[in-house]
Design a protein around this ligand. Structure first.
Ligand code: CAA
Length: 382
């Protein structure tokens, strides 16, 4: 696999691997227990250029191709899904949408802060009554002179309480996707409230929130893209976002495999290391095959995207397979660790809790299957 990486890509991967071992791995269990990631991590992510990857240097970004971004995501995902999520959402879903759809003025206004860590972004699509059927969202934006007044609730929003800017999708026209417009909304705007969501199964350290907007006023210059193009902006962002989630899942599965191989070599039962038992080896080899297959699918989707080829179906396949594989791998890792896998002194229990969200967010496994089915048959089964 490594043979296809350029020197730059390998250096980036090594940098990310070392950085994760230094800044994330030693802290991940405590962040999980305390239900709070140290916010200083945002500045540290920015310092190494991880919040600017793929963003042009003239806007404060650190450049780099899409496969490099995916390699970084695998390493971050190996360390902590919460940390990978911070970058996936702020950079992958929001900064990249601004770069793709924004005016020159918007790029200059928002991107430098988002790349330097002075700012952080969240993606306001999901609502209490609108998950998989994103096109039915009910938040509204109404014209008021040169401004817009936005009202609505957004739920399960990654980075919600930390973000300085929210990319908010709101209805400005009739029903369905064509009635939706995207806005860049500063989170310190009057009428913008946030409530942290606690008690999550996993991602406990991540700042996940509900956003409540009541007549939040933004100038028309904060509209991203044309009126009515919000759904397309969201879907385009999610196409690549799904590759990013999938890459994080490869990292999580790899972390579980590495921890399990090490543990199985040390732990003895019946007078021998448990690694010497066939049933344990079966679990390790299943995890290894899942991890490798998921990585190949992620790289293939990333390669198509990089070359400007259609990649949506490959992204759905990668997201579907890698997220389900990460749950399987984490579950098997708990089995290898036995009782020790069930307490938070060892990392695999947390990995299982964290992995579980990846088959839900950025499009459930069922949505990915329907997208793949639609691509195969031409029939929309939603
Ligand atoms: N790229 C560009 N345009 C797209 C597109 C894409 N990937 N997908 C759809 N569109 C366009 C279509 O071309 C169509 O345009 P026209 O009307 O001009 O032809 C329009 O959008 C409507 O398309 P669909 O008929 O396919 O729309 P739909 O209402 O049937 O919905 C869906 C499709 C796939 C179910 C979509 O709603 C979906 O992806 N749902 C899942 C939502 C999701 O992933 N949410 C994640 C929340 S964000 C998150 O999790 C982030 C976080 O904080 C972690």
């Amino acid at each position: 696999m490594d043979l296809t990486l350029t020197d730059d890509q390998q250096s980036l991967r090594d940098l990310a691997r070392d950085w994760v071992d230094r800044e994330v791995v030693p802290n991940a269990a405590a962040w999980d227990r305390e239900e709070l990631v140290d916010r200083a991590i945002v500045g540290k992510l920015a310092e190494v250029g991880f919040l600017g990857m793929g963003i042009n240097e003239e806007y404060g970004g650190s450049g780099g191709d899409f496969l490099s971004y995916v390699l970084m995501m695998e390493e971050l995902g190996r360390g902590d899904t919460s940390i990978r999520g911070i970058v996936s959402v702020s950079l992958g879903l929001v900064s990249k949408s601004i770069q793709a759809w924004g005016t020159e003025e918007q790029k200059r206004q928002w991107l430098p802060d988002l790349c330097s860590g002075a700012g952080l972004a969240c993606f306001g699509l999901t609502e209490p009554g609108t998950g998989s059927d994103a096109g039915s969202l009910v938040s509204r934006a109404v014209r008021d002179g040169d401004d817009w007044l936005i009202t609505g609730n957004k739920l399960f929003i990654t980075n919600g309480t930390w973000a300085t800017v929210a990319l908010v999708f709101a209805r400005t026209g009739g029903p369905g996707g064509k009635g939706i417009t995207a806005f860049l909304v500063p989170t310190d705007s009057p009428g913008f409230e946030r409530r942290e969501i606690k008690g999550k199964l996993g991602l406990r350290g991540q700042a996940t929130a509900e956003l409540i907007l009541t007549d939040v006023r933004v100038p028309d210059s904060h509209r991203l893209g044309e009126e009515g193009s919000g759904f397309k902006i969201a879907m385009t962002a999610l196409d690549k976002g799904r590759i990013s989630v999938a890459a994080g899942c490869v990292g999580l599965a790899r972390g579980c495999l590495e921890a399990s191989v090490a543990y199985a070599g040390e732990r003895t039962q019946f007078g021998k290391p448990i690694a010497s038992y066939q049933l344990v080896q079966e679990m390790l080899s299943d995890m290894a095959v899942d991890t490798e297959a998921a990585r190949l699918m992620v790289w293939r989707a990333a390669d198509l995207a990089e070359r400007g080829e259609p990649f949506g179906t490959a992204a759905s396949m990668a997201k579907l397979f890698a997220s389900e594989a990460s749950v399987r791998a984490a579950n098997q890792a708990v089995q290898v660790f036995g009782g020790y896998g069930y307490v938070d002194e060892f990392p695999v229990g947390k990995a299982l809790r964290d992995a579980r969200v990846t088959t839900l967010y950025e499009g459930t496994s069922q949505i990915q299957k329907l997208l793949i089915g639609r691509a195969l048959t031409g029939i929309n089964a939603f």
